[in-house]
Design a protein around this ligand. Structure first.
Ligand SMILES: Nc1nc2c(c(=O)[nH]1)N[C@@H](CN(C=O)c1ccc(C(=O)N[C@@H](CCC(=O)O)C(=O)O)cc1)CN2
Length: 286
């Protein structure tokens, strides 16, 4: 039977720690500020943004949601980002993804000032992460690392199989795990005979978005399983890639969906926003 890695509890612990940091900043007259840009009406995004605003309010971060209709042009969005880049009260800017199809996501992300890029998605921050320079780490991969560390899962020397190659999760988490001295194998939705790879893993990170992708047969006894996916099943219930009930008996530790990686994404966004406020005040003091 596995240890349940309780992301909800760990994220709540992190938010409590961050609350203390915000109190200290406020004593210096600094109030961290986060601007969330939401284009369109995606219901899932709506719910994630609510979670971000709730967490910010709990911690004492000033947050605002800039809502833009689906019909806005790419140019209008880019102009708005440029204004926010210049706004000193805004320490962190994020554009909720996905964006409507007529807007080029990469172009929009690139427009965010790297100093305010609390999602860690801009090419500058990605490049810094690749080379080990100080930067904002993307929130979901950062959250996965925190989950593993705070659950006392050893990473160094372990073989990790990451399934998924997105810019948000698969690629960056592979890099962070490798930096923590794991040996990383990257697989994806089109990897033939996935089980050949996953059966060799001490830790599996699955971020594909396919219900039932990982079964007990994909695991070696005692592997750690991190499920990053958010899928809706036939009953409308939120489930991951992993068949939780059967994998639970074979794994040594496992994250649930919901209540695993998801809450950590928001906690690490709060961490990055506070970091952005600290850096801005250090820069203005220089
Ligand atoms: N600009 C960004 N866009 C997106 C990101 C991101 O990091 N930055 N990640 C995802 C969505 N996301 C945050 O934005 C996110 C996903 C899931 C959760 C979460 O807490 N999930 C809960 C379940 C919530 C529910 O019931 O619907 C859980 O797993 O327990 C938070 C944030 C894509 N876009």
């Amino acid at each position: 039977m596995a240890q349940l890695i309780d992301g909800k509890k760990i994220a709540s612990d992190i938010r409590q720690e961050l609350k203390g940091e915000v109190v200290q900043l406020q004593e210096q007259g600094i109030r961290p500020g986060l601007m969330v840009i939401f284009v369109g009406h995606n219901p899932a995004s709506e719910s994630y943004i609510r979670g971000k605003v709730r967490a910010a309010t709990e911690i004492g971060i000033a947050s605002e949601v800039l809502r833009m209709g689906e019909e806005i042009t790419e140019k209008q969005l880019l102009d708005r980002i440029e204004e926010l880049n210049q706004d000193e009260a805004v320490h962190g800017i994020l554009v909720q993804l996905p964006l409507p199809k007529h807007i080029d996501e990469l172009k929009v992300i690139e427009a965010i000032s790297p100093e305010k890029d609390v999602d860690g998605f801009t090419p500058i921050n990605v490049g810094k992460m690749m080379t080990g320079l100080e930067c904002y780490l993307p929130c979901t991969p950062f959250g996965i690392m925190q989950l593993l560390e705070r659950s006392n899962v050893t990473i160094a020397g372990k073989h990790v199989v990451v399934i998924g190659r997105s810019n948000i999760v698969g690629k960056p988490v592979s890099m962070l795990l490798q930096r923590a001295n794991a040996t990383v194998t990257m697989c994806h939705s089109r990897t033939p005979d996935l089980a050949t790879f996953t059966k060799q893993a001490d830790i599996i990170v699955s971020a594909v978005g396919r219900i039932g992708l990982i079964t007990a047969d994909h695991l070696k006894e005692g592997a750690v399983v991190i499920d990053v996916a958010m899928n809706r099943n036939e009953d409308g219930k939120l489930v991951g890639d992993v068949l939780f009930d059967e994998v639970f008996d074979k794994a040594s530790a496992i994250t649930p969906v919901p209540g695993g990686v998801g809450p950590m994404t928001i906690a690490m966004l709060m961490h990055n926003t506070i970091e952005a406020a600290k850096r801005a005040s250090e820069d203005s003091a220089e």
